[in-house]
Ligand binder design. Structure first.
Ligand SMILES: *Cc1c(COP(=O)(O)O)cnc(C)c1O
Length: 361
């Protein structure tokens, strides 16, 4: 290895997206199975032609998107009065960028690290490692709730500055329990609590009311899942203005392209239309879940998101993953099981057929 490079980088786990072949059902990325409706996509292209000059830098303040996000967030709070203004928001190149900004703003160069409970979203650990930030891991019980005595012990013994949780968790689909919520609420202000609500559009369950009274909390959201915009990389964080200032201070000035900002703005103003497709995903999730329950060797857990987590009591997950891929359904092998993204009805039917064929259900 070249002596000018950081030696620890050679030992890192790198995030490699799975190779995806055409003709295969892509049920591995938790994306929405349908692109935008054609007229809306046309409108995006038309607005791009009309409003965006390629030679000019994009709006580095993200003002219009933040303004529209405020409306969307107020809507999600129902009758709870909301103080959320643009000062409570920062927009990232996907929420992955925001995760990195959070790590830079809290732990970098501070002899401080993060706590996660595995299995969970892999990027927290991967990004922390690339910054030389230590990661402590708590276990989960059979229903995938965090092992709280162990987490408490780690918090008491290690220099932990950030706790990352996903609500509902990926890959397992479970929302935070009452006990987990209570535990997060009692964490001291020297610990930043990050609630990743990437699947909020599916779960409709948010911890935003808690954030209003906890200045050490951050909520992460993304346009990649419910808003069907994974390709254009837009995520956002909601937090008290002091936390937001820190995140704004460490981000790149033009972190999003004008095209992405335009698309996010259009997604928000057209949210009724875009999000109206979500109930069908939830119906399909329930159908998949019920059918998976009927396959004797498959253990499947309930989910609040657009995916299901399952394990075979007979076959190793790597084998099952490989078999399904050969038959034409690409799913995600992670955490000792398989994460199945809810696809179109036809994709889900094919996945069930292939699983029955493989498992003899
Ligand atoms: C998909 C996902 C994200 C989204 O990441 P983007 O960078 O916004 O595409 C974030 N967190 C979790 C837990 C996810 O599953």
């Amino acid at each position: 290895m070249l002596p000018c490079l950081r030696p620890d980088l050679a030992t890192l786990t790198v995030y490699h997206p799975q190779a995806r072949e055409l003709g295969t059902d892509w049920l591995d990325g938790n994306e929405f199975p349908l692109d935008w409706p054609a007229p809306l996509k046309e409108k995006l292209v038309w607005l791009y032609r009309q409003d965006i000059a390629n030679n000019r830098y994009p709006d580095g303040s993200h003002g219009e998107v933040k303004q529209e996000l405020c409306h969307y967030i107020h809507e999600g709070l129902g009758t709870t009065p909301s103080p959320i203004t643009p000062e409570w928001l920062t927009v990232g190149n996907g929420s992955d960028e925001l995760i990195r900004s959070l790590l830079i703003a809290t732990c970098l160069g501070q002899n401080a690290g993060i706590l996660i409970a595995e299995p969970t979203f892999s990027m927290y650990k991967i990004l922390a490692r690339t910054l030389g930030i230590p990661v402590w891991t708590a276990a989960r019980d059979e229903q995938f709730a965090m092992c709280l005595p162990q987490a408490t012990e780690l918090i008491n013994q290690e220099p932990i500055r950030v706790v990352f949780v996903v609500h509902p968790n990926s890959p397992t689909g479970n929302g935070l329990t009452l006990q987990e919520r209570e535990w997060l609420r009692q964490l001291p202000p020297k610990i930043l609590v990050v609630i990743d609500e990437a699947y909020f559009e599916f779960s409709q369950d948010t911890l935003l009311p808690d954030l209003l009274t906890h200045p050490n909390w951050v909520i992460l959201r993304t346009f990649s899942k419910g808003f069907r915009l994974a390709n254009l990389r837009v995520g956002y964080a909601i937090a008290h203005p002091e936390v937001i200032s820190a995140l704004e201070a460490v981000r790149l000035p033009y972190n999003l392209t004008g095209f992405s900002l335009l698309a996010a703005h259009l997604a928000l103003t057209q949210r009724r239309q875009l999000l109206s497709a979500i109930p069908e995903i939830l119906t399909e999730r329930e159908r998949l879940w019920a059918e998976l329950q009927k396959i004797p060797e498959i253990q499947v857990w309930a989910s609040q998101a657009n995916f299901l987590y399952c394990r075979s009591t007979i076959h190793p997950p790597a084998w099952l993953h490989q078999r399904l891929q050969e038959l034409g359904s690409l799913v995600r092998h992670t955490g000792g099981g398989l994460r199945l993204t809810v696809g179109t009805p036809a994709e889900n039917t094919r996945l069930l057929q292939r699983l029955r064929q493989t498992c003899g259900g």
